[in-house]
Design a protein around this ligand. Structure first.
Ligand code: MG
Length: 174
């Protein structure tokens, strides 16, 4: 059984994961509106990944006999001035998510909830990847320095991204 404090913290994280999903869907739509099909694809996959993160937490809370209570999802920005601005906002957001995950780890440690500590290891690793991915794309966009040809090339590259079900959900959906 999860402690009340741990359950509350996981519920807040579930909401944060859905907010992330909503943010990335908004970026995907903004990119599509501006003709960046590849960037739109990249963020559409990010949207799916964030929903999967929420599902992993939901499954975990249920597996521990806890209760999931879905709260309202706050609004998100709807427009960014450039692809670079979008990926810089992504990196900033992922840094915040990393601190949320680390805070969950601290609560699990305080509560002596070793099962939750173990479950969170995957998310700690995932955040390294999330920040690295955003940083790599920022670096590419900085190199092309807003040139139309450069943006075209980066957009083409991001069109190739495909969705993979995160390993904690493998075999549980799709
Ligand atoms: Mg996430």
């Amino acid at each position: 059984m999860l402690s009340a404090k741990m359950q509350q913290a996981f519920n807040e994280q579930i909401n944060a994961e859905f907010w992330s999903a909503y943010l990335y869907l908004s970026m995907s739509l903004d990119a599509a509106n501006k003709g960046y099909k590849g960037i739109s694809n990249w963020f559409a996959i990010q949207f799916k990944e964030e929903q999967a993160h929420a599902q992993i937490f939901i499954n975990y809370v249920l597996s521990r006999g806890g209760k999931v209570e879905l709260a309202a999802i706050d609004g998100v920005p709807t427009e960014w001035e450039s692809p670079l601005a979008m990926f810089r906002a992504t990196l900033e957001h992922e840094k915040k998510v990393t601190s949320l995950i680390h805070n969950l780890c601290s609560i699990a440690a305080e509560e002596h909830d070793f099962a939750s500590s173990n479950k969170l290891v995957w998310f700690v690793d995932e955040q390294i990847e999330e920040e690295e991915n955003a940083q790599d794309i920022i670096s590419s966009l900085e190199q092309v320095d807003d040139s139309k040809l450069g943006l075209y090339m980066v957009d083409k590259e991001l069109a190739a991204r495909t969705y993979a079900v995160p390993s904690p959900l493998a075999g549980k959906e799709e």
